[in-house]
Write a new protein. Structure first.
Length: 321
């Protein structure tokens, strides 16, 4: 039986594993403890035999759907169907980075944003770990990976909004920090109220970094209507950029206009992370050519269900050696 917005139950499968999500283990070659990483850092790729993909399914009311089984999914890599070898819906631990907009424009939203992060923590697994990055003109690591929700809440409450918005640099910095994660499942939760206006990284660079990273990105965007936004190209394009980079990782952007909606939205993201399917397959293409491989998940739900939507990462880079 299918469940909407419920805790996932295990389903019979050919083979099970609670292994980490993602088809590549990748990151950036140099670890930084603060500030923005060097733009000349290069990605590293680690060969793996089993590609693992996190998949979220939602109903027309945007609620997570659980209770599906392996026969409801088909996996394609570069338009070639792959055999699903493992299937898991267990609540495995997640390593999460909170990327928190602390720029001056957040002054009247900061209380709701803080409450949103606290609500997100309430859905956590005891084995989850978190780090906390705040950003305005510069990304700062406020707390390295920890299991202590109390310590994180203290750091969050001490944030003081000021300055401009280096959103892209903060996302990049979060991906750098994620290299120290101990859990295979990894996610960034981004809270921001506008587009970038102070980063060293540009859109094309951040898209490349996101594609290389084995990390899901979720974002809560508190955006002004288009006619009221600032007129820089970066600020105008902020929502569309966040939507694009989150969706390519299997996450998504939640756009809201009322800051009071932040806590419920954050709680929803937390539940979604607990309601994901993990599909595993061995890629039929064995070439070590470092090329981008497209992933497509097709859903064949049981009869009688309303239209469902699937979220999954759009691809990965093949190993180079």
């Amino acid at each position: 039986m299918l469940a909407m917005s419920a805790v996932a139950q295990e389903t019979a499968a050919p083979e099970r594993t609670p292994a980490p999500a993602g088809s590549q283990v990748s990151g950036l070659a140099t670890k930084h403890t603060s500030g923005v990483p060097n733009k000349n850092d290069h990605g590293i790729h680690v060969n793996v035999d089993l590609a693992l993909v996190n998949v979220t399914v939602t109903d027309p009311y945007d609620r997570a759907v659980t209770g599906l089984d392996p026969s409801n999914f088909r996996v394609f890599e570069d338009n070639i169907e792959q055999e699903v070898l493992t299937f898991s819906i267990e609540d495995t631990p997640v390593s999460v980075g909170i990327i928190f907009d602390n720029s001056g424009s957040m002054a009247n939203k900061i209380g709701s944003a803080r409450e949103g992060v606290i609500e997100f923590f309430k859905s956590s697994n005891p084995e989850d770990e978190f780090f906390f990055v705040s950003f305005n003109e510069r990304a700062e690591l406020e707390s390295a990976f920890t299991n202590s929700i109390e310590d994180l809440q203290t750091h969050i409450m001490l944030t003081t909004p000021k300055g401009r918005t280096a959103l892209l640099d903060a996302i990049c910095f979060g991906l750098i920090q994620m290299r120290g994660a101990r859990n295979g499942r990894r996610a960034l939760l981004i809270l921001s109220d506008g587009g970038d206006n102070h980063s060293r990284y540009n859109e094309s660079e951040i898209k490349r970094l996101v594609k290389e990273a084995d990390t899901q990105l979720y974002a809560i965007g508190i955006f002004d209507p288009l006619q009221y936004r600032s007129r820089t190209l970066e600020e105008l394009n902020g929502p569309s950029l966040l939507a694009e980079i989150t969706e390519m990782t299997g996450g998504r952007l939640f756009t809201i206009e009322n800051p009071n909606e932040i806590p419920d939205t954050a709680a929803k993201i937390g539940l979604e992370l607990r309601s994901q399917y993990i599909l595993g397959y061995r890629p039929s293409n064995k070439a070590h050519d470092a090329k981008w491989r497209k992933i497509k998940i097709k859903l064949h739900p049981p009869k009688g269900l309303p239209p469902l939507k699937v979220y999954a990462r759009t691809g990965y880079y093949a190993p180079s050696q």
